[in-house]
Write a protein that binds this ligand. Sequence first.
Ligand SMILES: [Zn+2]
Length: 518
Amino acid sequence: MTLWFIRSAIWWSGLVLVCAGLLPCLSAAAGPAGPRIDVLLWFDTEDYVLPASDDAAKQLAELLTERGVRATFKVVGEKARTLARRDRADVIAALQKHAVAYHTDFHSVHPTPSEYLAECGLLDGMAEFTRREGQGAADVRRIFRVKALACYGQPGSSWAPQAVAALGQIGVAPGGVPCYVDEGSHVGLNHQPFWYAGALNVYDMGANCTRMELHDPAALEPASKKVSAIADRLRREGGGLISIYYHPCEWVHREFWDGVNFARGRNPPREEWQRPPQRPAEETDAAFRRFAAYMDHIRAIPGVRFVTASDLPAIYPDLLRSDGATEQELDELAQRIGRSGRNGLDFQVIGRKAFSVADEFELLTLAVSGWTEGGRVRFPLAAKGLLGPDNPPPASREALRCSWPAFRDALRDTRDFVRRERRVPARVFVGADAVPPGDFLLGLASVWEHRRKSGTAPPLEGVALGNGVALLPARHIAPDTPGLFGGWVIHREGFRAPKILEVARLQAWTLKPALRRD
Ligand SMILES: [Zn+2]
């Protein structure tokens, strides 16, 4: 314990000197040379029933500000309106020193996002999420006076890909990049940040998500050891992100505010909302002291820095979006698809750029159609990013080889679709034949390869398409199990949402790792 404090004091005094009080002190806090370890500390700020949770949020925000730590407060719309109604300008001001983010309009009032999206497809689901959650997001922006919300994350296990895809439409896009931060197992990639459905996601962090039990007097030491061990492992792996989350109400309640009111589908009207039982002040105070010591321990770990959700787009820039793809990169993609595409399509990493299967589809559609129209393909080639298809692919036919003119005409239609709709088509028509987009992508790659090898002539032998090729990133979407949605106490016992997972698997077209700038 003493060691922590000494290390903390030395580390912190250095930090203060360099930062001179400026927040966020990203580069200064990077600490000794070596792999960087970022800690994303986020708070689901949601209890609009128990007034003591307002004070808890304020005390937390101030405790962190005093330590130069910026956290991410994901605020529920009704919580923001309640703070305004209760004249809690002091709470709002304390939270404004941190990154303000979003956590739905009403959180646990039914229907929750997974409940109202359970029967939706991609597009109607995005529209429904925007309709139901857009006003709350606008209220949080207005009440906290922020232009963009730093991220969004779902209540409980109420996840859906339509929410991820619609974040830009409700103003959850720091620096123009939609961000999703939460914890769950619906989708994930190696327990580190990833791109999915057009957003930067911190989700399914597995062993890189940790927390200290707030109300256990013996929790500090094992929790501190645990987070240090995670940092050590990440350092050996070249750096990475640690996710830590709490709810301000946890400091003051004995039971969650929503479990008291909305458990297992119950939906009492506002007049009947009950306050959860509160903890005695001494337990709350002890939890704050314990948490402060936990934070001081983390701050003292060499190379660790705290980041907020709004810092994520700068830490994980998508260089394909900013710089486009070079001709060499496109050649490499086409060759990789040619080599292994028949065994399944996957995202690809070339140098410091990651390409989702949707990126591969967009780039090859643009490049091959540019070439077929006789124009020069200008590199770097911009890929703005597509969503995945809105429907499952048609059944695959016997290995289809189509004539060059038929392929060329199908391509022209595909390019038009991609430009207008900004998503991968659910089916590509080659004449009367509906072809799965993955099968068509194999054709695109083979034509680009042909061009590279033979110059200008179109492939006279026709174009070979794939035959029901698999979309490999779909393996990163969770299977439909009883606990996946139904495990959250607010959902009805046994609540399942298989269609949400179907839509999610189609959006696996967009999945790729988020690569760090350094
Ligand atoms: Zn929540």
